[in-house]
Design a protein around this ligand. Structure first.
Ligand code: MRU
Length: 368
């Protein structure tokens, strides 16, 4: 199914309206998610009907990307209610809280997940019956999804204006339609440029060890006809140094009050290479990825993942006795960030002030 959107032809499978989709049933609902572990080889939809299945999907990165994790976590609580079918208000609250604890901690770095789950729990506080708990939880999950779609649109538009003179972008990991409820954050800027018929071409780093850049971003962009070239992790700095990049744009999993940014492992290296070569380095993300409770990088929990993700690449690439250090994210100090492209505007240094202002804007708009 092809839809014409300005100059951009989306030839993605029709189901890819969202990486995470809630399907209402007569008595209960379920989640349909695109299995991001098997792309681009296979396009498969998984159905999630229990909290165990939601937690497993989040752990294994079937669903991934900070905003999509928030949306999945919020609907995951409704899945938990529908699976347990609590009859009393008390039972419903207990079910929700147990599910919130499990789902909210399934991945520790992306702040969107814990934030979305907390929002749902808080939204059901005034409920007077089990039925109302479910109604409020579902309405809040839907709202989180709608807000994220709108955030992507705004980030795209702010970013397009900020990067009007930029044509060649380097990005990392996947921050597009698979990672959000909308067009994406860093990739949202790329899509916004393409939709406005501005020239844009993308270099994407493969993003070791799980290859989100190669498997997901290259797939997304190639499917809509945006020029994309893959660089290996080791070549990105050379691409920047040899003048092939006008700007680096990445997403974020958790931004501290001072602007220190946790994002996919490898981000810090791109930021250092960009600074060394006078190339601007942008972080794009909604205010739901900013954490008002964290002052700086030192307070961020970095998820460590299984060594086997690194030991094997189809076939074994490492002797089993060799130790592996496999953090999923790294921390980029605020001083390496040229600006944050957010859903409330472009934030510039000094970040303590601009982030405090943006958090207040988001709070007033009910989005943080
Ligand atoms: O481990 P992942 O694939 O969930 O990591 C994703 C990233 O690091 C993204 O850059 C970030 O979540 C922003 S997605 C809009």
């Amino acid at each position: 199914m092809c839809t014409r959107l300005g100059s951009l032809v989306t030839s993605l499978p029709e189901q890819l309206t969202s990486a995470v989709e809630w399907v209402d049933g007569p008595l209960d609902g379920h989640l349909r998610v695109i299995d991001q572990t098997v792309l681009p080889e296979r396009y498969e939809i998984r159905v999630l009907r229990t909290v165990d299945e939601v937690v497993d999907a989040i752990h294994r990165l079937v669903v991934r990307g900070a905003p999509a994790l928030g949306v999945c976590g919020a609907f995951g609580l409704v899945v938990g209610l529908d699976a347990a079918r609590p009859r009393t208000l008390e039972e419903a609250r207990r079910t929700l809280e147990r599910a919130a604890e499990r789902i909210g901690s399934a991945r520790p770095t992306a702040v969107n997940l814990g934030y979305a789950v907390r929002r749902v729990v808080e939204a059901v506080a005034p409920a007077g019956s089990a039925v109302e708990v479910r109604e409020r939880a579902l309405a809040t999950a839907r709202r989180i999804q709608r807000e994220d779609r709108e955030s992507c649109r705004r980030i795209g538009e702010f970013g397009r204006q900020e990067l009007a003179a930029v044509r060649r972008v380097l990005t990392h990991c996947n921050t597009g339609r698979l990672a959000t409820a909308g067009w994406g954050t860093a990739l949202g800027v790329v899509y916004a440029k393409a939709l406005a018929e501005e020239p844009v071409q993308v270099l994407v780093s493969e993003t070791r060890p799980l290859l989100q850049g190669a498997r997901l971003t290259a797939w997304e962009l190639q499917n809509v006809g945006i020029p994309v070239t893959l660089v290996t992790e080791g070549s990105a700095a050379a691409a920047i140094a040899s003048g092939q990049v006008d700007a680096v744009i990445v997403g974020c999993d958790r931004v501290a009050r001072n602007g220190d940014t946790a994002n996919k492992i490898g981000t810090y290296g791109h930021a250092v290479a960009a600074r060394a070569n006078g190339v601007p380095f942008y972080v794009a993300g909604p205010m739901s990825s900013f954490d008002p409770e964290i002052d700086g990088a030192g307070d961020v929990v970095i998820e460590q993942r299984a060594a086997d993700e690194v030991r094997r690449l189809g076939t074994a690439v490492l002797a089993p006795e060799v130790e592996v250090w496999n953090p999923a994210f790294d921390l980029t100090p605020a001083e390496l960030v040229t600006a944050f492209i957010t859903d409330v505007g472009v934030l510039r240094p000094p970040y303590r002030e601009s982030i405090a202002w943006a958090l207040e804007q988001a709070r007033c708009q009910g989005r943080r």
